[in-house]
Design a protein around this ligand. Structure first.
Ligand SMILES: [Mg+2]
Length: 408
C-alpha cells in the first residue's frame, strides 16, 4: 500500500480564541474562560497566551487564578458558539477531503491521500487550511502532517499556534523518539508512571522494548503502545459524520413519590422502556440483554441484568424481563428511582436464531406498530398516544423527568 497522508488539525486555545472573535482587545490581555464566575468556585476551562504567560493553567480555580493574576479577565463559556465554529471549521476541511474524523470539539484527523493531486502535498494542504481558517474566522490551527493518525497528532502538538509540523517515517529516530513517553497518544498519567517504573521514559525507549514484555505487563494496550511508538498504527480516518454504533441505551427517572408496589414500578418501567425501545429503533438495534436499576428510599442501589433468549426491542418482552428481575431482587422497600437499559446490542441486519414455530408475522406486526407510535410521537409530541395501562394510576404525579443515556 502506498503511504497515506494524514493531517491532524488542532484549533489553538479554542474556547479562549472563540471568546476573542470580534473582541481583538481580549487577545492582548490575560483572559480566561471560566465556569460559574459569580459563585467564585468555578475553574479555568481555557486561557489565552497572555494568561498562560502569567502562570494561569486550565483546571485552576477562579479564586486561585485571580490571586495569581488580579487583572485576569474572566468570561463565561459559550458552548453554542463553540459548536458553531467547530462545524464551520470542519466545513472548510470538507473542501479538501470527505475523510474527516473529529476528536473532541477542536481537533480533527483528515486523510488527504487522494487530494494531493488536486491541492498539492500534505504540507501544502496543511498551510492552505491554516490560512483559510485564519482568514475566515480569525482562529488559528496547528497541523501535524504524517503517515498515520498517531504521528499526525504528535506533530500538531509540536509547534503552535498557527503552525505546520511534518513527521516522516525517516524522522522517527530524531524527531519523535527523544520525546517523553507521555507525549504519545493514549498514554495518560497512570500508564506513564507504570512505564517509568519499567525504566521507559522516552517514546524511543518504548519503541525499542520487546513488545512481548509490554503485552505481558499491559495486555492488548501494551502491544498497541509499542505499535504507536514505532509508527505502525494503521487505523483509518473515518468518513465525515460516521460514528460508532452505541454499546448500550438506557433511561432512568427519579419519581416524585416513592413507588410502593410492583404495579406502579411496572408503569414507570413501561414509560422508560418505550423510550429505550424508540432509541433502539432509531439506531437500528435489538437488545440482547436487559438491565434493571433501582434505588430505594434509603438510597440503597441495586442493578441486575438478564440475557434475553431472543433479542428484541419490543416494549412488552423488555418490561417483562425487567419485572422478573424486580421480583427476584426487590425486598419491597419503597423505590425512589428506577432505570432500565438495553445492552449486548445486535444490529437489526444480522440474522437472529429463532425456534421452529416462531410467529414472524406476529413479531413484524408488533414491530410496525411500535415504529408507527414513534413516528406519531416524533411528529405530534410524546403524549399524543398512550398505553391504556399507563392510565390506571395518575402516573404523571409520580413520574419525574427521565434521563436518557446512550453509550458509544
Ligand atoms: Mg486545541
Amino acid at each position: 500500500m502506498d503511504e497515506r497522508v494524514i493531517l491532524h488539525c488542532d484549533l489553538n486555545n479554542f474556547f479562549a480564541s472563540v471568546a476573542s472573535i470580534g473582541h481583538p482587545e481580549l487577545r492582548e490581555v490575560p483572559m480566561a474562560v471560566c465556569g460559574s464566575i459569580e459563585e467564585r468556585h468555578g475553574i479555568v476551562l481555557a486561557n489565552n497566551y497572555p494568561a498562560k504567560a502569567a502562570g494561569i493553567k486550565t483546571a485552576m480555580t477562579v479564586v486561585e487564578a485571580l490571586r495569581l493574576c488580579p487583572r485576569l479577565i474572566c468570561v463565561k463559556p459559550d458552548y453554542r458558539a463553540y459548536m458553531e465554529y467547530s462545524r464551520k471549521v470542519q466545513e472548510i476541511y470538507a473542501c479538501y477531503t470527505d475523510q474527516i474524523e473529529p476528536f473532541g470539539i477542536d481537533e480533527c484527523w483528515l486523510d488527504v491521500t487522494g487530494s494531493e493531486r488536486l491541492f498539492g502535498d500534505g504540507q501544502e494542504i496543511a498551510h492552505r487550511l491554516r490560512g483559510e481558517v485564519k482568514r475566515n474566522f480569525d482562529l488559528t490551527i496547528s497541523v501535524g502532517v504524517s503517515f498515520c493518525k498517531v504521528m499526525a497528532k504528535l506533530g500538531s502538538d509540536m509547534k503552535k499556534p498557527d503552525a505546520v509540523t511534518a513527521i516522516e517515517k525517516a524522522d522517527l529516530p530524531t524527531k519523535v523518539w527523544p520525546l517523553p513517553v507521555g507525549d504519545l497518544f493514549g498514554i495518560g498519567r497512570h500508564t506513564r508512571e507504570k512505564l517509568c517504573d519499567l525504566g521507559i521514559y522516552t517514546i524511543g525507549q518504548l519503541a525499542n522494548t520487546d513488545p512481548n514484555v509490554l503485552k505481558t505487563k499491559f495486555g492488548k494496550i501494551g502491544l498497541q503502545m509499542w505499535q504507536f511508538a514505532n509508527g505502525k498504527e494503521v487505523s483509518p480516518v473515518r468518513k465525515w459524520g460516521e460514528c460508532d454504533p452505541p454499546k448500550s441505551v438506557s433511561r432512568s427517572t427519579t419519581c416524585k413519590e416513592d413507588l410502593t408496589n410492583a404495579r406502579q414500578v411496572r408503569q414507570v418501567l413501561v414509560g422508560l422502556t418505550e423510550q429505550v425501545s424508540a432509541d433502539l429503533r432509531r439506531h437500528g438495534f435489538y437488545a440482547g440483554k436487559i438491565s434493571l436499576y433501582f434505588r430505594d428510599k434509603n438510597l440503597a442501589w441495586c442493578s441486575r441484568q438478564s440475557t434475553l433468549d431472543l433479542p428484541t426491542r419490543l416494549v412488552k418482552p423488555m418490561v417483562d424481563t425487567a419485572m422478573a428481575l424486580l421480583e427476584e431482587n426487590w425486598s419491597g422497600i419503597p423505590l425512589r428511582s428506577v432505570g432500565m437499559g438495553a445492552s449486548n446490542l445486535i444490529p437489526q441486519t444480522s440474522p437472529i436464531q429463532t425456534g421452529l414455530f416462531f410467529d414472524f408475522a406476529d413479531l413484524e406486526r408488533k414491530e410496525r406498530l411500535e415504529a408507527k407510535v414513534d413516528e406519531l410521537r416524533d411528529k405530534m409530541g410524546r403524549d399524543t398516544i398512550t398505553r391504556a395501562s399507563q392510565l390506571l394510576d395518575p402516573l404523571h404525579v409520580k413520574l419525574g423527568s427521565s434521563f436518557g443515556h446512550i453509550q458509544f
